[in-house]
Design a protein around this ligand. Structure first.
Ligand SMILES: [Zn+2]
Length: 449
């Protein structure tokens, strides 16, 4: 197959008096070195990829058994690589309960500074993980792979509408490209405003690239069509964080005349799969993770079958995640005709409708204060459900009932995040059921169409 020439970027040099070819900082050079290898390993046959994974996995499993109490207690001796499928799954609940027990007592110092990440709780149950500086380098290299696969110029403006990112601007696209490639600016906007205002913001800035959640991209595209809004500078929509609805790609084409590129990542592990440059499905990032797709009996799915996503991260030696049941479902695919040996996921199944429908008909992704709920002792999990046109239910899985004062405080907090006219009810439940696609939904509207 004839491929287009690689995209040309402007690399940043850190060496005095050398502008070209660039010699970036040591960290950025390590990222480039990884990227150079990723460019080659993507073409390995699946057997060769698996062989290299086994080599890395052997080191990881030995390290996990020797230095991580949680695994040492549960594994029946140091496991061999072929025994991976016999090892117990690690659940989100285990991660919540055993933060200390899952940390390694002997992280290789060469892997760099250890930092803690707390997930935003967008899937209902916040977890904490620690990872090393090396893990971040790998994340940067995979980010650049995504940029290269999709031939991004990087010189345009990136507009990101994401939870936890307030209104702001920075001179570059972010950490992945820092000190390495010249980029345009990045503008951010929180999801916590209505879609009409978000669209006005986009019109004002006319970015080259829009990064947001599928449900929000859909809402903005529909609104654009309704109002005849054009975004002439837009080249691409990038999405993350939710499953794609069937029609979203077509909708973005219709509204803005641009392609949509989705990615599959999770805050606690990083990238799992990136969209193929030539097809609408995803390639597992095998240089960084082993992804198993398992049926209800725990057996590996065949291509075309849907099952639970179970992840083993190959490089986090500060807190190895071995067979982590991430809570998503995905459909396994056949090998890709593009020639890459990286396994294929056809679809990621997850949340469906997550937009609040306000009394005046506006729809938006509400931000109802998940982080605060995650901080309340005794609350394990929570979900907001728009049960009726004017009623939001806060569903809690908790070790105890909240006091009346706590409940009242919680109700007032949620009300302050909602348009006028809503009521809020607190409900306790044994567990929060998964949505149709198998993913926990932070916000679920029973009345959104
Ligand atoms: Zn492919």
């Amino acid at each position: 197959m004839k491929r287009p020439p690689p995209i040309q970027w402007s690399y940043m040099s850190a060496l005095p008096a050398v502008a070209w070819p660039a010699v970036p900082t040591a960290a950025a050079s390590s990222v480039l070195s990884l990227l150079f290898q990723l460019d080659q390993s993507q073409w390995l046959a699946v057997e060769s990829l698996e062989e290299r994974q086994r080599e890395q996995l052997a080191v990881l499993l030995e390290h996990a058994y020797r230095t991580v109490p949680w695994y040492r207690e549960r594994w029946d001796g140091a496991p061999g690589v072929p025994g991976l499928s016999q090892l117990p799954l690690l659940s989100r609940r285990d991660l919540q309960d055993s933060f200390a027990g899952l940390r390694s007592s002997a992280v290789p110092p060469e892997h760099g500074v250890i930092a803690e990440t707390r997930t935003s709780g967008s899937t209902g149950a916040p977890v904490r993980v620690v990872r090393t500086a090396f893990h971040d380098l790998m994340w940067r290299a995979l980010s650049l792979r995504d940029h290269r696969w999709h031939r991004r110029e990087l010189s345009g403006t990136l507009a990101a509408i994401r939870r936890g990112f307030g209104r702001g601007s920075s001179p570059s696209w972010g950490q992945a490209t820092e000190g390495l490639v010249e980029t345009g600016p990045c503008l951010t906007l929180d999801v916590d405003i209505d879609a009409a205002s978000q669209l006005e913001w986009l019109q004002r800035h006319d970015p080259a690239c829009l990064l947001t959640y599928p449900s929000l991209a859909a809402e903005l595209a529909r609104l654009s069509l309704e109002r005849g809004v054009r975004l002439p500078g837009l080249r691409e929509v990038r999405t993350l964080g939710e499953s794609l609805s069937e029609d979203l790609r077509a909708l973005c084409r219709e509204a803005w005349g641009v392609p949509l590129v989705d990615m599959y990542s999770a805050e606690e592990v990083g990238y799992l799969a990136l969209q193929c440059p030539d097809h609408a499905h995803y390639h597992v990032q095998s240089e960084s993770v082993i992804v198993e797709i398992l049926d209800d009996a725990g057996r590996p799915c065949a291509p075309g079958e849907t099952g639970r996503v179970v992840v083993t991260e190959l490089h986090n030696f500060a807190m190895p995640l071995v067979r982590y049941d991430i809570g998503d479902y995905a459909e396994l695919g056949e090998p890709c005709p593009c020639g890459r040996g990286l396994p294929v996921l056809n679809r990621i199944l997850g949340r469906t409708r997550n937009m609040l429908v306000a009394p005046d008909g506006r729809r938006y992704w509400p931000s109802l204060g998940s982080r605060r709920l995650g901080d309340t002792p005794g609350i394990r999990q929570h979900q907001f459900v728009q049960a009726e046109a004017d009623l939001v239910e806060v569903r809690l899985v908790a070790d105890r009932r909240l006091s009346e004062t706590e409940e009242e405080k919680l109700r007032r907090h949620v009300l302050s995040r909602l348009p006028a006219g809503f009521r809020v009810r607190v409900a306790y439940c044994e567990r929060i059921e998964r949505g149709a696609g198998g993913k926990f939904e932070y916000f679920l509207s029973r009345i959104a169409g």
